[in-house]
Design a protein around this ligand. Structure first.
Ligand code: SF4
Length: 65
């Protein structure tokens, strides 16, 4: 599983980072991107889904591999 943040949609609420800090990075303005290459480590899938479901902009996508 991988996550991807659509930078066009992200508004920098930081909910994703608060819910799954290992999976997201923030830039200087608070906009999020996937940490590293977006890979979700085993055991982190639920946190990834939690972040997706709590993003008010629907900016986070899960890519199943
Ligand atoms: S919760 Fe959504 S809109 Fe907010 S920083 Fe994360 S990806 Fe961006």
């Amino acid at each position: 599983m991988r996550i991807h943040v659509d930078s066009e949609k992200c508004q920098g609420h930081n909910r994703c980072k608060a819910l799954a800090p290992d999976l997201f990075e923030l830039d200087d303005f608070g906009y999020a991107s996937a940490a590293a290459d977006g890979s979700v480590a085993p055991g982190m899938e639920e946190k990834a889904r939690l972040a997706v479901n709590n993003c008010p902009e629907f900016a986070i996508e899960i890519v199943e591999e």
